[in-house]
Write a protein that binds this ligand. Structure first.
Ligand code: ATP
Length: 651
């Protein structure tokens, strides 16, 4: 569907120019009036010491800055003033489905982004060639634990995935970090190929080798949030020499540049002298900066919003991916199966149930262990794996423009459908071994119900694990939430504390405990119709039937249906909440306030300027003068709405 939108973010930009990019957080300046430009066909590096603001500048240009930052400045894409430059953003750490091959990963991205009419195989082949991944095309991607393609190939895959819809601009955050110099050179060679094809490529680089640095055309050198050099790399040495910092013969150009602009905190004297160097280079940089001409008016243009969403096709594709991921994770599946077999053998070896009075307690104990074990395993394994997958889903669902690549609902459906058979299978494997060994139930009907209830418990516990993984910001946070959740569920399992003793404010908790419903269902199934031999000792009270035993735990009114419905309700609620979290979990970024009016070195953001314009003409000039005086006295280069409001100008 084509929709007319105001072009506030450039989509087909080739030359990016920026002036006065300022970023602050609370009262701390992170970028101070940084200017520069990146051109199509030229490979642009952003370099500087650690903490100098490289990533902040890259994200300010690409519109992906942490929203706690206050951003302002004048950003142009092909002469049009924009809030952000629309382009692909390749993060430092990219995660993929480890069991998919490079080709499958790319094909998946291309099919979903481009829709059914695109010639996906041809596009994928061409990208594989451009990024030098043709040889690794049929190797699985892998990760830290699973052997797959090399680190350099994985970085190139991250770039390749962003190329499927042919963006004009690419932003990359440290694409060479963590790679040896050969792998880094291959990554940069791929970027060179893209530049030669007319793309604008802007990269943050960190400690580049001589070969890598030489492959770049232009450089923005930052220190302490200020621009120290901006221009062609071939002029860098000459500029530093001119300012009194010639490069020693033994030093590599990149190393010398970063060292020159690094603050030496060794002593107050060295720090002061470093700051003099920075001031000198920053002044030289500002002098060389040419003001931008008046911005070309933003055009109203037809912008494609991406292919129309087709939930069924998405579901099919997502299901294929999830199935492949599950079916190829053979080692992980084997470990889980071995866990189930071992646990069943241990329980089966210890418990030997008959119709004696002692077997009542043994039965309750064994059933409780079965439920706790299954719940534990299902939640823990989901919690461990899901936060990582969530990162992939969030990345894929945060589009550069238009709609997300796919909906949260097809994703969740496909994941559940792909993982369900394994969950049920593992649960049945456990039950199939344990049931005859421990001599539980002894009727086929009870056995079938046992398998059904334990499988339902596992699936519901996985759903809870998904929800915890979805709301937790990281795997560590999710794992930290796990113990209190499981402990609470065990406390309220129906046999550890009575309803009467449960404190009033948390009386609802037993109703939410999967362990309780699972245990109650298994107990009702097991004890139904059983009869027990009385104690032989005279005077020792005995329980004659299974119903008596259930009454002891206040389960006398319970039915299997009731416990299954309760578990089903918890499962449904967990899936629904997970869906909502995934649907709404979009990264929110800071908006660049446009500062397009330049007056005597002080810039005004558009909203501050708009506020100023509301002041009657005869007072406006005085207010403007007072605001700029205040800004100069306080080292403020851009007057934002907040600064202006803080001044409380008198009308
Ligand atoms: N969201 C934020 N909250 C607080 N401080 C921030 C935030 N973003 C950036 N900073 C600070 O701004 C400074 C610049 O950060 P940035 O990540 O841009 O630097 P960098 O040059 O990319 O560093 P590095 O090379 O170490 O990755 C750092 O001191 C950082 O701590």
């Amino acid at each position: 569907m084509l929709k007319l939108v105001l072009c506030a973010a450039a989509s087909a930009s080739a030359t990016i120019e920026w002036r006065g990019i300022t970023a602050t957080i609370k009262d701390r300046s992170i970028l101070r009036a940084v200017g520069g430009q990146a051109k199509a066909g030229r490979l642009h590096a952003i370099m500087g010491p650690s903490g100098s603001g490289k990533t902040s500048l890259l994200s300010a240009l690409s519109g992906t800055c942490d929203r706690r930052l206050k951003l302002s400045g004048d950003l142009r894409a092909d002469g049009v003033a924009v809030d952000k430059v629309e382009g692909a953003y390749v993060r430092q750490q990219d995660v993929f489905y480890p069991y998919l091959t490079v080709r499958e990963t790319l094909t998946f991205a291309a099919t979903l982004r481009l829709g059914p009419d695109a010639d996906v195989p041809t596009i994928v082949d061409s990208i594989l060639m451009k990024t030098g991944l043709a040889k690794a095309a049929d190797t699985i991607v892998g990760d830290d634990k699973i052997r797959g393609v090399s680190g350099g190939e994985r970085k190139r895959l991250a770039i390749a995935c962003e190329l499927v819809d042919d963006p004009d601009v690419l932003f990359l955050d440290e694409p060479t970090s963590g790679l040896d110099s050969f792998a880094a050179q291959r990554v940069v060679a791929s970027l060179r190929t893209l530049c030669d094809a007319g793309k604008t490529v802007v990269c943050v680089i960190h400690q580049p080798s001589g070969g890598v640095f030489a492959a770049f055309d232009d450089l923005t050198l930052l220190s302490e949030g200020e621009c120290m050099y901006h221009g062609p790399i071939c002029d860098l040495d000459a500029r530093l020499r001119k300012e009194g910092f010639p490069r020693p013969r033994t030093a590599a150009p990149a190393e010398h540049a970063v060292e020159t602009v690094s603050v030496n905190y060794g002593s107050p004297e060295t720090e002061a002298s470093s700051r003099e160097v920075l001031a000198k280079l920053s002044d030289a940089c500002k002098k060389a900066e040419r003001p931008l001409p008046a911005a070309t008016p933003a055009k109203t243009k037809a912008t494609a919003k991406g292919p129309r969403r087709r939930p069924l096709a998405e579901l099919r594709l997502l299901y294929q991916r999830a199935r492949r991921d599950v079916s190829r994770a053979k080692a992980a599946t084997a470990i889980k199966a071995a866990q189930q077999v071992m646990t069943a053998l241990i329980y089966g070896g210890i418990y030997d149930l008959d119709d004696s009075q002692r077997s009542i307690q043994d039965r309750f104990g064994l059933l409780s262990l079965c439920v706790i074990g299954a719940t534990n395993l299902a939640i823990a394994s989901t919690i461990r794996a899901f936060p990582k997958e969530k990162t992939i889903v969030q990345r894929e669902r945060s589009p550069r423009s238009g709609r997300p690549m796919y909906g949260a609902l097809p994703y969740l459906f496909s994941k559940v459908a792909a993982e369900l058979p394994l969950s049920v299978g593992l649960s049945c494997l456990f039950g199939g071994i344990l049931y005859p060994l421990a001599k539980l139930g002894r009727t086929t009907r009870k056995f079938r119900r046992f398998l059904g209830l334990t499988a339902l418990n596992s699936v519901a516990a996985s759903a809870l694990g998904l929800l915890v993984g979805a709301v937790a910001p990281s795997t560590d946070a999710a794992l930290a939430m796990f113990p209190p959740i499981i402990v609470l569920m065990i406390i309220f399992n129906g046999s550890n504390i009575s309803d009467e003793s449960t404190p009033k404010p948390i009386k609802f908790l037993p109703k939410l405990s999967l362990v309780r419903w699972g245990f109650e269902g298994l107990a009702v199934n097991e004890f139904e119709g059983l009869e027990f031999k009385p104690f032989t000792q005279i005077g020792r009270p005995s329980l004659k039937t299974g119903a008596d035993a259930l009454t002891r735990l206040s389960f006398e009114d319970s039915t299997i249906k009731r416990t299954a419905v309760a578990q089903g309700a918890i499962l449904g609620a967990c899936y629904f909440q997970t869906y909502r979290v995934l649907k709404n979990a979009r990264p929110r970024y800071a908006t660049l306030k446009r500062a397009t009016v330049v007056d005597d070195g002080i810039r005004w953001t558009a909203d501050a300027e708009a506020r100023l314009q509301k002041i009657p003409g005869f007072v406006r000039g005085r207010v403007r003068g007072a605001a700029e005086k205040y800004a100069r006295e306080n080292g403020i280069t851009t007057i934002t709405d907040e600064v202006f409001v803080a001044l409380k100008p008198k009308k």
